[in-house]
Design a protein around this ligand. Structure first.
Ligand code: ASP
Ligand code: MG
Length: 410
């Protein structure tokens, strides 16, 4: 008998028929003798609908009240799911994040989980109940409702799996696994049988929106075996786990892209110690995450400082930067939202030289100009103009031999 956490995303619970179908899948797992904790998202489109409502009232909807609003989406699903299970004769209990003490920090709209009280859930499981938990939400020290950022139900599921010491965490979604590239962009993309946490972290953070990044970080930290599966068709999905020897075969596992970033440049800042801190300090204080950073070599005792942020944070970051520019006596602040980041990702890269040059040559051959570059042990990323997204991804997919059906270890 195993303890399994199953997470169903918005499409999987898109209407009441889908909710009943998910209940059947849960019951199947119960019948195999397993204990099941179900984590659900809001029904498809619901979170966007709620966001839309808030935007009709104010153009600055964020913070505490937005969380009170957005968390209602998942609450609808847990109740309907339990009703569906009980209707079929399976006792079930629904809980909001607060009710099972998914304790988070107080960073509204992107809170981090700090602790979970497993006792209540374990009691219900031992009583033979299915436990259904609202994804995406928690509660802070002062009892305020928080949410975990878009896609946060994945993180709820993994955190629950870690807290309960579950045997497996299954993320059911509308795709049948993790692909070598976004199949909507690259028709030759293939499903991967397995991928390491590290690679998935890169793939997820770079726009392969199968899983929320934080859920993978969590899984990696607590060594939770994560499987991404389709809730619509049978199949093995993709297992996300620790690196193992047999995974060394491929140098590159996939091509990831991200169109959610925007670029900001502060031009002509004095080139002296402490400048990077005086620019990025206030940005960090505003809870804005910075991804790539480039600082040019100074010429006339000034330097240009460029970094990327999420597009949603662009306006706020720009405002902060305008103020910093004035304080530092910089020449100007430039912003560019028409960019994408494309990356080649693979743990095999560690032991292979020449990945970057192969990448740059392939892009150059297609006349694609590179604006920024960054590298890590397992990825090389470039920022290019948005219009090159499709061409760039396909070019690299081919350049790294991902197109052809290759033998994969299972
Ligand atoms: N309902 C939330 C969203 O749409 C959380 C989730 O589905 O994971 O982002
Ligand atoms: Mg999702």
């Amino acid at each position: 008998m195993a303890l399994i956490v199953q997470k169903y995303g918005g499409t999987s619970v898109g209407d009441t028929d889908r909710i009943k179908a998910v209940a059947d899948k849960v019951i199947e797992t119960r019948k195999q003798g397993h204990k099941v904790v179900v984590v659900v998202s809001a029904m498809k489109g619901e979170t966007d609908r709620l966001l839309g409502l808030s935007q009709q009232v104010t153009d600055q909807a964020h913070g505490r009240e937005l969380d009170v609003l957005l968390s209602t989406g998942e609450q609808v699903t847990i109740a309907l799911m339990c009703m569906a299970l009980e209707h079929k004769g399976y006792p079930a209990r629904s809980y909001t994040g607060g009710q099972v003490h998914i304790l988070t920090d107080d960073a509204h709209n992107k809170a981090r989980i700090m602790d979970i009280e497993a006792a209540r859930v374990l009691r219900d499981l031992n009583d033979g109940k299915v436990v259904v938990i609202a994804g995406f939400q928690g509660i802070d020290e002062n009892g305020n409702i928080t949410t975990l950022g878009r896609g946060g139900s994945d993180t709820t599921a993994v955190a629950m799996a870690a807290a309960l010491n579950a045997d497996e965490c299954h993320i059911y979604t509308d795709v049948d696994g993790v692909y070598t590239a976004d199949p909507r962009i690259e028709p030759n993309a293939r499903r991967l049988d397995r991928i390491t946490y590290e690679e998935m972290l890169e793939m997820a953070s770079l726009g392969s929106k199968v899983l929320q990044i934080r859920s993978v970080e969590f899984a990696s930290k607590y060594n939770v075996n994560l499987r991404v599966l389709s809730s619509f068709e049978e199949g093995p999905g993709t297992l996300i786990s620790q690196e193992e020897d047999f995974m060394e075969q491929a140098v590159i596992s996939g091509i990831a892209h991200n169109r959610d970033e925007a670029k900001l440049t502060i031009v002509g800042v004095p080139d002296r110690p402490g400048i990077a801190f005086s620019i990025l300090g206030p940005i960090a204080d505003a809870n804005i995450e910075v991804d790539m950073i480039v600082q040019n070599v100074g010429v006339d005792n000034t330097t240009d400082f460029t970094f990327t942020v999420h597009r949603n944070d662009f306006a706020r970051a720009r405002k902060i930067l305008d103020k910093i520019a004035e304080e530092l006596g910089a020449k100007e602040v430039k912003g560019d939202e028409g960019i994408v980041k494309i990356s080649v990702v693979g743990v095999g890269m560690r032991s292979h030289a020449g990945i970057a040059s192969r990448m740059f040559k392939a892009l150059a051959d297609e006349g694609i100009n590179i604006m920024m570059i960054s590298t890590s042990e397992i990825k090389v990323s470039v920022v290019v103009a948005e219009k090159y997204l499709e061409l760039g991804v396909r070019t690299l997919h081919t350049a790294f031999d991902l197109d052809h059906a290759q033998e994969q270890s299972a």
